[in-house]
Design a protein around this ligand. Structure first.
Ligand code: MLT
Length: 315
């Protein structure tokens, strides 16, 4: 009987090492076939997923032998953690391991938007030399609004400080005397105040019933017409139709989206808007982050299967 099922594309030295001790079935496309997964799951003691496999109540009810769920990443929106707890199945995740990569791409997107780097690159490669078409703005002296100042938000703020930006944060789970906010010299603000003050808004919200569609027409209307919106968190927190209208009507200046309401998205208006930068949910995809994530999740799965407590339990 195999021990561990990997239902998404998660590879590397840590997976190879895990396979020396446990039998591992590597099925990177299985997340696309939930019925097949449901039939297979009773045979396994562990499952390792990224963000595509839906580990829901039905799957857990069928997973009679499951001793641990490993989530290679930080977001838990594809795992029914309450149901895992009910079934007594521990969930291991990797809350820190990709945070630097996400923070770095958030800064990269800010620079790309402010200096129109992708458009200037495309134009120059097309044979032009249009220097005056690409007069951008500096990050220096501008206000960065961080929505949700957890690890990734904090690390984004730290990097923005080096550019001489002022930080405003919105996070209902932080108090004004929070030491990390003090470290950022950040002001804690309501979401509406943050949106009104910021030149760049970087979204780091998890996807929960409370945050779904939180960035909607009313919220975009609070932003400055010169402001840029960056989302490297979860697509569901943005009402995409409202964002498209805000971009079309120049309620805001531009947006960079690494995550979408539906992934992969149906190609639509965003894909052809010049003031929009799109990437395919790659914020955590660096060699360093993936090595850390894979190592951490494999280590915890091995620990659970040998009766040891998890290092990174999700509950
Ligand atoms: C995460 O939640 O860790 C990132 O969005 C990447 C992923 O889901 O795999």
């Amino acid at each position: 009987m195999p021990d561990i099922l990997i239902s998404e594309n998660i590879r590397g030295a840590a997976v190879d090492a895990l396979s020396q001790t446990f039998s591992v079935e590597f099925a990177p496309e299985l997340w696309k076939a939930p019925e097949t997964l449901l039939k297979k799951i009773p045979d396994f003691r562990a499952i390792i997923v990224r963000n595509q496999t839906k580990v829901d109540a039905q799957l857990m009810a069928a997973a009679s032998g499951l001793k641990v769920i490993g989530r290679a990443g930080i977001g838990l929106d594809n795992i029914d953690v309450a149901s895992a707890r009910q079934h007594g199945i521990p969930v291991a995740y990797t809350p820190d391991q990709n945070a630097i990569s996400v923070a770095e791409i958030a800064l990269g997107m800010m620079l790309c938007l402010a200096r129109m780097i992708p458009a200037a690159d495309a134009d120059t490669k097309a044979g032009h030399w249009s220097r005056h078409a690409f007069v951008g703005t500096e990050l220096y002296g501008k206000t960065l609004g961080i929505i949700a100042a957890g690890k990734i938000g904090f690390l984004t703020g730290r990097r923005a400080q080096a550019f001489g930006m002022r930080i405003v944060a919105h996070d209902p789970f932080l108090s004004r005397d929070n030491v990390l906010l003090r470290e950022l010299q950040a002001e804690l603000a309501s979401l509406d105040d943050l949106l009104a003050q910021s030149d760049f808004v970087s979204c780091h919200l998890p996807s929960t019933p409370q945050t779904m569609g939180m960035l909607n027409a009313a919220r975009f209307a609070k932003m400055k017409p010169s402001a840029f919106f960056i989302n490297t968190a979860r697509g569901e927190v943005v009402h995409e139709g409202d964002l498209i209208q805000a971009l079309k009507q120049r309620t805001i200046a531009g947006a960079a989206l690494d995550v979408r309401a539906k992934e992969p998205p149906i190609v639509g208006e965003l894909e052809s808007m010049p003031n929009v930068l799109l990437t395919p949910h790659i914020a955590a995809f660096t060699h360093e982050a993936q090595e850390r994530v894979t190592y951490a999740v494999c280590e915890d799965v091995a620990r659970a299967l040998t009766g040891k407590p998890l290092i990174h339990p999700a509950y």
